[in-house]
Design a protein around this ligand. Structure first.
Ligand code: GCB
Length: 596
């Protein structure tokens, strides 16, 4: 049997055998729980040769006799902020790829009848967690949460937690060996101890029951299998309902919602929704909208909506580090809003909850994706199961965020049987959890057909997607085969098409010839934008555009000694926060479209 065919069959069998991803791997809405952050300074040990586990340094031993000694100590060494990447906190860790141990003490006072969990917003990229010397969690994937139950393990008084974090790039990882952003390592999002009652509402999915504001559908899962009453209330609408869970602790409820106002792009409306069961009660601000397509149009709440988008990485350029806080989210989103967008494509991985929740409050549509970014080994079944897990973790974390209208499953992949089976398995995984969003992938294989004189793309996988997206760098990676006025597109003509990336590099403050690509000048970048904006007029099924990218971002991919210096300079805004000339063109374009 040939290898691709064999792997195709293997992948399909595996996809069928791997357990369903329908129930959430962590509790829903952790920020709505009783939690205590373990953020702040942690002690670290840099372990380039991976010796720490063998030495059991997670036991944090100290000499107990005259003969004993230990070649490590968590006290008295380097300390790093959590959340935060290590690369931006110590010069010697700027390019570090390997293991770093994080450790700290904390006080606990566990009460009978309560359960405690340790929750990590994200650790990049793989990690193991020990509590008081016992291994309690392992996780792979740098952009999604995980938790470990601590009930019965926490000591009254002092506890010691150690986390080994490793960000080494490997061929089976997601993303894999090379990618165009900084490989930040560390505990990059909030860490918290969460306390819940013994039985609690572990998971819920609240969304419209159909394509109208008339009713809301609620799916609930309790932590433990038990038949009990769950009450769901939307006080502002004076709506409530009670349902009994089945023996597995699960229930479905439909609530009629007269007077419900839909969440709309740029007009966010959220309702406090409360779920209670026994001793447990949890409230979350939730919005309601529906999204679908009609031919080549994207409809939000039945209204055709053109996606005026932009992308950013989870990075604060001025600080040269990963974004992690509420104020970071505010900075990124306010600059996006200033451009006049109604959508953000969160590049290229699930970003932190502060960004997602604030975007929702601001009425911004979101596209979230997993880092299936070029170079992925589609024939490796281990990689497939990781990808499915990442996708389901992303969906579970944000399924109640109505702002998320698109789940992205891949960026720039090439057709092959193995790729098709892999992506199909991701779509199946996603659709088994959530059918209230559009599934999208970004492709980069559009070419100019000399015979038809059209831009075209041959990738039959597009059939399986609700919306097709194309990254096309006309005027940067691709010279123009025809003037932009004649650049007519014939790509997936029956589906909505989003230009999910376009752009080129310019060093802020560098002026030069608007006709010379290698000038790296603001003038050339502005000209490139003029040309692309002209081309967009000749894409009949265009449903949105998303320039690449809002801010210059750090990337070891980019090593021109004077124009790049480890920065991808395609930002409309520089690493110092200055707007380049192209920003103004894009801003005008968006105001014109908006006011049409
Ligand atoms: C792409 C990738 C994006 C890169 C960008 C570039 O197609 O999707 O991650 O950063 O091009 O700048 O080349």
């Amino acid at each position: 049997m040939n290898k691709p065919f064999f792997s195709l069959i293997l992948l399909s069998i595996l996809a069928a055998l791997t357990p369903a991803t329908a129930s959430s791997p962590f509790m829903t809405n952790v920020y709505g729980r009783d939690y205590r952050l373990l953020n702040g300074k942690w002690n670290v040990i840099v372990d380039l040769y991976d010796q720490g586990e063998k030495m059991e340094i997670y036991k944090n031993r100290t000499p107990q006799s005259n003969e004993e000694f230990y070649e490590y100590s968590f006290e008295g060494g380097l300390r790093l902020n959590v959340p935060g990447d290590w690369n931006s906190q110590a010069p010697e860790l700027k390019y570090y790829e390997g293991t770093v141990w994080y450790a700290r003490h904390f006080e606990a006072d566990p009460q009978p009848g309560q359960r405690q969990f340790l929750y990590f917003g994200a650790v990049s990229y793989r990690c193991k967690v020990w509590l008081n010397g016992e291994l309690i969690a392992e996780h792979e994937g740098g952009f999604t949460p995980f938790e470990a139950e601590l009930t019965g393990k926490l000591r009254k008084g002092d506890n010691f937690i150690a986390v080994s974090v490793n960000n080494r790039r490997t061929p089976d990882a997601i993303p894999a060996l090379a990618f165009d952003w900084w490989n930040y390592g560390g505990i990059t999002r909030d860490v918290m101890i969460v306390t819940v009652p013994r039985q609690y509402v572990r998971d819920y999915f609240v969304r419209l029951a159909g394509k109208s504001a008339k009713a809301v559908q609620v799916s609930v899962a309790l932590a433990m299998p038990e038949e009990t009453d769950v009450t769901v209330e939307i006080p502002e609408l004076k709506v409530s309902g009670t349902v009994r869970t089945d023996a597995q602790g699960r229930a479905e409820l439909t609530l009629k919602t007269p007077g419900l106002e839909l969440w709309q792009p740029e007009a966010a409306k959220l309702y406090a929704v409360t779920l209670s069961a026994g001793e447990d009660c949890i409230t979350e601000e939730i919005g309601f909208r529906y999204v679908d397509t009609d031919g080549t149009k994207i409809l939000v709440n039945g209204v055709q909506t053109f996606m005026r988008s932009v992308s950013f990485h989870e990075e604060i350029p001025q600080r040269k580090g990963r974004a992690f806080s509420q104020s970071d989210a505010q900075m990124l989103l306010s600059e996006a809003e200033a451009l006049g967008v109604n959508m953000i494509r969160l590049a290229h991985y699930p970003q932190n909850e502060y960004t997602v929740r604030l975007a929702e409050k601001k009425g911004l549509i979101l596209w979230q994706e997993i880092p299936i970014w070029q170079g992925i080994d589609f024939e490796d079944e281990g990689t497939l199961s990781k990808a499915r897990r990442m996708l389901s973790e992303m969906i579970h974390r944000d399924k109640n965020r109505c702002s998320v209208c698109f789940w992205g499953v891949a960026n720039e992949t090439k057709p092959s049987e193995a790729r098709n089976a892999f992506l199909m398995s991701l779509l199946d995984t996603g659709r088994a959890i959530d059918t209230s969003r559009l599934y999208v992938a970004a492709f980069d294989l559009v070419y100019f057909n000399d015979k038809t004189r059209h831009f075209e793309m041959d990738d039959p996988f597009t059939e399986n997607l609700d919306v097709v997206a194309v990254n096309k760098y006309m005027g940067w990676y691709h010279p123009w085969p025809v003037p932009p006025t004649e650049a007519v597109w014939d790509v997936v003509p029956d589906k909505p098409l989003i230009i999910s990336e376009f752009g080129g590099e310019a060093l802020y403050g560098q002026h030069g010839d608007r006709n010379v690509t290698s000038s790296w000048s603001e003038e050339y970048q502005a000209r490139l934008y003029e040309d692309n904006l002209e081309m967009f007029r000749h894409i009949p099924n265009l449903a949105g555009v998303s320039p690449w990218i809002l801010f210059d971002f750090r990337s070891p991919y980019r090593f021109h000694p004077t124009n790049q210096e480890d920065w991808n300079r395609k930002g409309l805004v520089s690493d110092q926060g200055y707007r380049k000339k192209a920003w103004y063109l894009m801003h005008d374009y968006y105001s014109t479209i908006k006011n049409k």
